[in-house]
Every structure is written in structure tokens, then in C-alpha cells.
Design a protein around this ligand. Sequence first.
Ligand SMILES: NC(=O)C1=CN([C@@H]2O[C@H](COP(=O)(O)OP(=O)(O)OC[C@H]3O[C@@H](n4cnc5c(N)ncnc54)[C@H](O)[C@@H]3O)[C@@H](O)[C@H]2O)C=CC1
Ligand SMILES: O=C(O)C(=O)Cc1ccc(O)cc1
Length: 290
Amino acid sequence: MIDKLAIIGVGLMGGSLARALRERNEVGEIVGYGRTIANLDEAIELNVIDHAETSIAAAVDGADMIVLAVPVGAMREVLDAAAPAIGSHAVVTDVGSVKQTVIDAARAALGPRFASFVPGHPIAGTEQSGARAARGNLYEDRRVILTPGPETDPTATGRVTAMWRAVGAEVVSMPAADHDRVLAASSHLPHALAYALVDMLVRLDDHRSIFECAGGGFRDFTRIAASDPVMWRDICLANREPLLALLEQYQENLRLLGEALERADGEWLRETFARAKRAREGLHGPGDGE
Ligand SMILES: NC(=O)C1=CN([C@@H]2O[C@H](COP(=O)(O)OP(=O)(O)OC[C@H]3O[C@@H](n4cnc5c(N)ncnc54)[C@H](O)[C@@H]3O)[C@@H](O)[C@H]2O)C=CC1
Ligand SMILES: O=C(O)C(=O)Cc1ccc(O)cc1
């Protein structure tokens, strides 16, 4: 049970966590802080938070659980503003999609309180954003990755683990560097590719007909290109190195695909597509909820 929860950034992720804890009676008071008054007013109207504060310090004052749910590029500034007001019993965690840069920001901003910071990343979400998109069931049966380090207080990790379990998530732990490399492949590269594809197509003269004639495959592949551009700019910059390495590998694969097409090499195409199909089917078989 959390007495006072402070949500810094009341959007899809922070708002959904607030909703989920409230629906399960796992929290007393929920305070929100954000930049846009309209979004905070909406969050109060929708009962996502109990009230809003106009300063981060006021929001975190007296909170026993502080959740940072802003774009990863904004983590340092909110940590700096929160640091002087964080109480001695408070645990601080985040939901950022990249972990090492957020850990570095927390170490620099929190100083001796860094032990109470538990880095986290729920592998749940959608292309939507804002408090209006928040859902109390967003984390049910989803995985949350925590990346505590040797300095992290195990009690703090335990409290963050309990919070995520309370909203139906499965909690796993791994080193931050492993997290960032794995997520670059499974999430950051696909988002960057979807943006690049849609941006290329929309600049073609006949893009209207292209989009009008698009089927389910196009929708599946490009849904994530409707995600928030600031959030994804920050993720790509924060995880630049693993992402660049994967982009290079992908470009090499595209080059091979182009060469096979030039040769009209049907066998290469069939073999490559069959290998990918087997891998994809092995990943998500029938009945996995897709
Ligand atoms: N959208 C998704 O599916 C997922 C997002 N994440 C991570 O969660 C975090 C939040 O993402 P969402 O909730 O989707 O975004 P969102 O756009 O719905 O919410 C972010 C909120 O933070 C506020 N904000 C932005 N900069 C701020 C600042 N400097 N100070 C105070 N408030 C600020 C915005 O006004 C907004 O209300 C990001 O770090 C993202 O990488 C993690 C997993 C999934
Ligand atoms: O919209 C989708 O399908 C996503 O992939 C959501 C998502 C976005 C960012 C994350 O760090 C984790 C999950």
C-alpha cells in the first residue's frame, strides 16, 4: 500500500499506473505534476489523480512513492527539481524506455539518495499519449523490467516490485546495459523504421493513393509511427549507439535484399522470408493474445 503517490508527468504511462493503483485500492493520495495545465485538469476530471501541484517539489513533498513518467530527455531536469524535496522514506522510480542515461541522471541529481532510485521500464503501452489515454488495465499480464545496480537499496527495489505486481505485471530484473541493447532491437529500431517508412511514402507524389489502398499489413507495420515524436526523439538519442549498430546491420540486410531482387533470385527471397516466418511464428504462436 502506498500512502502518497507522486506522478511526475501524468500521461499514458504515469496516468495508467495511477488509475491501476487506485482501482485496486493500493494507494491513498495521488498527486500529479506536469507542464500543461490543460492535461492536469483533464487528469483530475477523469479521476486519474486527486490533485495537481504547480511545482515538482510540492508534488514530491511527503510522497512515499515517486514515479517519473516524462520523456527520457526530461528526466534530468525533473530529478534536479525533485531532489531537495524527496523525503527520507521515499522511493523514486521511473518508466523510461532507456535505462542507462536515466540512471546517470539520477546518480548526478540525487547524490546520497541515489540508493532509493529503482530504474524501471514497463513493456506495455500504445502509440497514444496524454492522461486521456490512461487505462487501469494497461499493465495487466505485461512485463516490467527493473535494472537496479549494486548501489540500489534492495528494500526500495522490493517496494517498486510490489507496486508493479499489485497492478498485474510480471517483474523481471536485468543489467541496464543488457536492457538498452535488447530494447534497441525489439522496440527502438522498429519504431525508427516505421517513422522512416511513413515519412518516405508521404513524400511520394501519389502518397494519397498509396495510403488509400493500404491494407492491414501496412497498418500493422506503421501504427507505431503515430507515437509521440518528442518521446521517440529522446529514446533514439538516449540509446544512440546500440540503435546505430542495428541500423547498420539492417541496412546491410536491405542491400542484400536489393541485390537478390536485381538478380531476380527467387530462391534467396523464399529462403529469407521462410527463415523470418519460422522465427516470427516461434515467437508468437496461436493463442498468445495477439
Ligand atoms: N508510450 C508508451 O507506450 C511507453 C512509454 N514509456 C516511457 O514512459 C515515459 C512517458 O511516456 P508516455 O506516458 O507515453 O508519454 P505522455 O506524453 O503520455 O506523457 C508524458 C507526460 O510528461 C509531461 N512532460 C513532458 N516533459 C516534461 C517536463 N519537462 N516536466 C514535466 N512534465 C513533462 C507531458 O506533458 C506529459 O503529460 C517516457 O519516458 C517513455 O519513454 C515506456 C513504456 C511504454
Ligand atoms: O505501441 C506499441 O506497440 C509499443 O511498442 C509501446 C511501447 C513503447 C515504448 C516502450 O518503451 C515500450 C512499449
